[in-house]
Ligand binder design. Structure first.
Ligand code: PAF
Length: 265
């Protein structure tokens, strides 16, 4: 099992014992781990000398207290998966360690443009919470590289932007989305889907891949029974579009994104 460290001081003491110049790979998580996280650990294991995972359900990125309360917490299974994936240590602080009483939540990182669109338009304050905790974790870890999944594409772009804006020395590495055989993107939230919702869920990805435009994807998903927050097409490269979407099945919110070639008429 990886060593579990609860305080910044414990991590700094562990880090001081590493060989000089050892490359640290950081994988920030909120736990409830699955094969998608395992792929981030493997990438860090491949590239770095020491793999540090963080396990912290960050309260400031939840706009809905009920969502925070029901976020799955599966510590024993998470530690077993980390051991299997070759994680060396896990930083799992209590809330007061990252938000100590003197500074609390008064200091935040806010991006004023992209964070207000897409998921940010539906979850006010979400990305301020994400960027704030990610900056704290990057500062604490002082890693060479930090690994993030492309499934949270907007999060990934915002973290990249923050790293550039604040001249952070950690390289932000993107890892591809992992999917079930039927196309559903792996997510800690999938375990909340009822059997009927789980059977319908793969239509989300399928529709994003096949609908001719965002409006048709929205209409198709709504007809299938999804409560659609948004589907949007963003231009990504001269020849490609990034289609991003969020929709609810019952009380479970799914997000996904795909890179599509621009259709030529
Ligand atoms: O993607 C997540 O799991 C979280 O948003 C992160 C990056 C660990 C920050 O809490």
């Amino acid at each position: 099992m990886p060593a579990v460290l609860h305080t910044v001081a414990e991590w700094r003491a562990r880090k001081a014992g590493l060989s000089p110049g050892a490359k640290i790979g950081l994988v920030p998580t909120m736990g409830a781990l699955h094969a998608g996280h395992a792929s981030l650990f493997s990438a860090a294991r491949r590239d770095c000398d020491f793999v540090l995972a963080t396990l912290f359900v960050n309260p400031t990125q939840f706009d809905d207290p009920a969502d925070l309360a029901r976020y799955p917490r599966t510590l024993d299974a998470d530690l077993a998966l980390m051991a299997e994936a070759g994680v060396d240590a896990v930083f799992a602080p209590p809330v007061g360690e990252l938000y100590p009483s003197d500074t609390g939540t008064r200091y935040t990182v806010q991006e004023d443009q992209f964070s207000r669109t897409l998921c940010g338009a539906h979850r006010p304050g979400h990305f301020t919470g994400v960027l704030t905790v990610v900056l704290k974790l990057l500062q604490i870890a002082a890693a060479s590289r930090a690994y993030f999944g492309e499934k949270d594409w907007q999060q990934l772009q915002l973290v990249r932007g923050m790293a550039a804006a604040f001249f952070l020395e950690t390289e932000i590495v993107a890892c591809p989305t992992l999917r079930e055989a039927d196309g559903l993107a792996l997510s800690s939230r999938n375990r909340h889907l009822s059997p009927a919702e789980r059977a319908l869920a793969p239509q989300f990805y399928k529709t994003l891949c096949t609908a001719p435009d965002a409006a048709s994807a929205t209409a198709r998903l709504a007809a299938l029974g999804f409560a659609v927050d948004y589907v949007e097409d963003l231009s990504e490269a001269p020849e490609r579009t990034r289609r991003l979407a969020a929709a609810r099945l019952g009380s479970t919110r799914l997000i996904d994104n795909v890179s599509l070639p621009i259709a030529r008429s």
